[in-house]
Design a protein around this ligand. Structure first.
Ligand code: PMV
Length: 360
């Protein structure tokens, strides 16, 4: 499958050695992407909040070369990180039809995360989106007549080829990825900002990430996605995601907290239910994940504060709440939930604006 729109055809300007830098955030899905088709096409549409503080900063140093191969070195926090090489090589191979110029340069990719390394927070979304932004910035230097909106779309398209959910990190606010018949312009190929009215409450939503387990995941996302092939509940799960996204449209407009909470928590538990009913089955939640969920439910019942949780493909819990309740909820987290986190660690984040150029 080739998507002509993203293949550059205008003449190339020769450029010398230089560097470009981008920072790009992580994102947290409200309706989850779990299961994919070839070429990183999602089995169902998803929607996420772009985060603000959990980010990757990447500087791409480039120097022209003549050989017909990929030539790059990766550095994490200033140290050579050879374990990232296979994932980045695969990324370059996948984007080659759309960015053939990646073979014309040697790259030093210098990257760091604002969140603790091996915190169990997936750095693939922020990392791949930051790198994709750097690649299109390089394209911008070489080609004339490219507009910024197109380059952002292309960055999302390329980021998707590196790690599916990374395509939702370029834009800020609420981002949709995957075709939904009732969301105009939605695409399987790239993320786009949610196009309809959004209640103010969702523009400043808070996400406290409770670090329950900072270890390496026992089952990677790619293995998990693959297990949705031949999964006995796959079809109904994909239909459910469509229904949830449809139900979210009026909820996001009106600010209906109960409606929002019900969908978000159902999505989180369904994601893990899919893992627990795969063949082979697996569990990524830990006992403390469940302790925290139960405490959130009790707190919500006792206080009527609209706080809820969601989960990624891991044991960490994302606690979601409106900004007006931040002070109260953060005291609750500090006093009652942090004891269930490794070293009592958690990260306070909120909805952010997407990828940004690093000024040099
Ligand atoms: O982008 P991947 O392949 O790491 O998959 C992400 C899957 C979830 O985080 C579990 C859900 C989502 O939509 O982000």
């Amino acid at each position: 499958m080739l998507v002509e729109e993203f293949i550059p055809n205008t003449p190339i300007k020769k450029i010398d050695a230089g560097s470009v830098g981008y920072t790009s955030p992580s994102n947290i899905a409200l309706v989850k992407y779990w299961g994919k088709k070839p070429h990183q096409i999602p089995a169902n549409p998803s929607i996420s909040f772009t985060l603000n503080h959990c980010k990757t900063e990447t500087v791409l140093e480039f120097s022209p070369k003549n050989s017909d191969d990929f030539s790059f070195e990766v550095y994490l926090d200033g140290k050579k990180a050879s374990d990232f090489r296979p994932k980045i090589k695969q990324f370059f191979e996948r984007i080659l039809p759309y960015a053939s110029y990646v073979k014309d340069f040697h790259f030093d990719i210098k990257t760091s995360n604002t969140f603790p390394h091996s915190s169990g927070i997936a750095s693939s979304a922020s990392g791949m989106s930051a790198l994709a932004m750097c690649i299109v910035a390089l394209e911008e230097l070489m080609y004339s007549n490219v507009d910024t909106d197109f380059l952002k779309r292309k960055a999302s398209f390329l980021a998707r080829l590196g790690s599916g959910s990374a395509c939702r990190s370029i834009e800020g606010g609420l981002v949709v990825w995957g075709v939904h018949p009732n969301i105009f312009g939605s695409s399987d190929l790239e993320g786009m900002q949610y196009p309809y009215e959004v209640h103010d409450v969702f523009k400043t939503y808070q996400d406290a990430i409770l670090l329950v387990d900072k270890g390496e995941k026992q089952v990677s996302s790619s293995v998990g996605h693959n297990l949705m092939h031949n999964h006995p509940y796959a079809q109904s799960r994909f239909e459910q995601a469509h229904t949830h996204l449809n139900q979210l449209i009026p909820i996001l407009k009106s600010g209906d907290m109960n409606g929002f909470i019900t969908i978000v928590e159902k999505e989180a538990l369904t994601l893990h239910a899919m893992m627990m009913s795969s063949d082979p089955y697996f569990i990524l939640m830990k006992p403390n994940t469940l302790e925290i969920i139960n405490l959130i439910w009790t707190y919500r019942k006792n206080t009527n504060i609209p706080v809820c949780f969601t989960l990624d493909a891991g044991a960490n819990v994302h606690v979601l709440y409106p900004k007006e309740y931040a002070q109260k909820v953060e005291l609750f987290i500090q006093h009652e939930l942090s004891v269930y986190c490794q070293n009592k660690q958690y990260i306070l984040d909120n909805v952010g604006n997407g990828a940004k150029r690093i000024k040099n």
